[in-house]
Design a protein around this ligand. Structure first.
Ligand code: PHE
Length: 395
């Protein structure tokens, strides 16, 4: 029979053994261990995706996934990365913060991904990033533009420009191109992206000598904007800045024209969050004549854009939006860096991503010390319910 101190010793030893075991199990396996019930094989390089495949901003997730799937197909057709097949595993964050955090945990702990593409909405990236940072798994958001995202830590990167630039582009566009002196701002109070971008617009527009005549807010999921639109209209702005996503913007534009009777000369302006075919379904012709900033336009001719559009059209029979292009670029940052580092090992991969230089679809990607690229924006005008390239603004 074991005495008391003997059993304490045994329990302690078991505890230590299980701690060591857990520590090993948490380390990203290389090569990745195949999970049951999917097409992953021993030795594959597994990349995770945290994307809104369903919910309020589902077109963002669907386009992003198509972009990454295309890249992975192209890369595997050329023999993979480090001679290994690449597998892309997507977790649907349902357009929410809570599911973004869960998705990060699952991808890291269960699927043993070596890096993550995502999320799209800045608030969702902010929910996932601390988990990736803590686990030291590089996370590259294609499209999150709020500065705070990459501030989470040295394992967090992005392929997109940031909102201080994007907001200035649209404020300067309002002042210089549209000669606006009075602006209204409508923001989503639950979105870090919307609040941040609205603030930048306000600062730059007032620094340009303009006045903000009305500021109102709403939240994603709202469907009736008539009251706040009436408030805004009564303030008689020259332009109305709506830094929000297509699900709300589509309805806002529709109700502004058809219910509240905004005069056609009042221009609505927005940011990249307007980029969705669903915007035109929700707004109909009420979107025509308004402007927003974006990361890329299929109308711009560059060898990278052309090759991407040709391949995307061949695979999906549609023209890619900016989300598809940005996710393609983000995944490319990861895969190029794995090849360059010669390993999927976290610290080496992190360093390689930080040093990446890529002639990407959405422009040249070279990260500054904050892990943000410095890139051009395009201004898009809506014509005949379609996006049309208007101009390019360099940083
Ligand atoms: N920039 C947005 C955000 O940070 C996401 C987005 C990017 C949406 C590009 C559409 C197009 O929340």
């Amino acid at each position: 029979m074991m005495n008391n101190s003997g059993s304490v010793l045994l329990i302690t030893m078991l505890l230590i053994a299980s701690l060591i075991f857990t520590a090993c199990a948490n380390k990203p396996a290389e090569p990745a261990a195949p999970a049951a019930g999917d097409n992953t094989e021993e030795g594959d390089i597994v990349i995770g995706g945290i994307l809104p495949m369903t919910g309020a901003i589902a077109t963002f997730g669907q386009s992003s996934k198509k972009g990454v799937d295309l890249l992975v197909e192209q890369v595997n057709a050329k023999g993979g990365v480090l001679g290994r097949k690449v597998v892309f595993k997507v977790e649907d964050n349902k357009s929410t913060q809570a599911d973004s955090a869960t998705a990060a945990q699952k991808l890291i702990q269960q699927d043993k991904v070596v890096a993550i593409v995502g999320a799209v909405a800045s608030s969702n990236s902010l929910a996932a990033a601390p988990i990736a940072q803590e686990a030291k798994i590089p996370m590259v958001s294609g499209s999150s533009t709020n500065p705070a995202v990459t501030e989470v830590g040295d394992y967090i990167f992005r392929a997109a420009f940031i909102d201080p630039f994007q907001g200035a582009v649209m404020a300067n566009f309002a002042t210089k191109d549209l000669k606006a002196v009075k602006a209204a701002i409508m923001t989503d109070a639950n979105s870090d992206y919307s609040i941040g971008l609205g603030n930048v617009f306000k600062d730059v527009f007032t620094a340009n000598g303009g006045t903000i005549v009305s500021e109102v807010s709403f939240v994603s999921g709202d469907t009736d904007f008539n009251t706040i639109l009436t408030t805004v209209k009564n303030a008689k702005p020259d332009v109305v800045f709506v830094p929000s996503y297509y699900d709300t913007v589509g309805l806002i534009l529709n109700q502004a024209k058809n219910n509240v009777g905004f005069p056609a000369e009042v221009k609505f302006l927005g940011g990249d969050g307007w980029d969705s075919p669903a915007l035109f379904e929700l707004a109909g012709d009420a979107a025509n004549g308004h402007y927003f900033s974006n990361h890329y336009s299929p109308d711009v001719d560059s060898p990278e854009v052309k090759a991407f559009i040709d391949a995307y059209k061949a695979k999906y029979n549609e023209v890619p939006d900016a989300l598809a292009a940005l996710a393609y670029d983000a995944a490319n940052m990861i895969l190029t860096s794995i090849e360059k580092a010669g390993t999927t090992d976290a610290p080496a991969l992190r360093d390689a991503i930080a040093a990446v230089e890529l002639n990407a679809v959405t422009g040249k990607i070279k990260l500054n010390e904050k892990r943000d690229p410095v890139k051009s924006a395009v201004v898009i005008v809506v014509e005949d319910q379609k996006q049309k390239y208007f101009t390019t603004v360099n940083p």
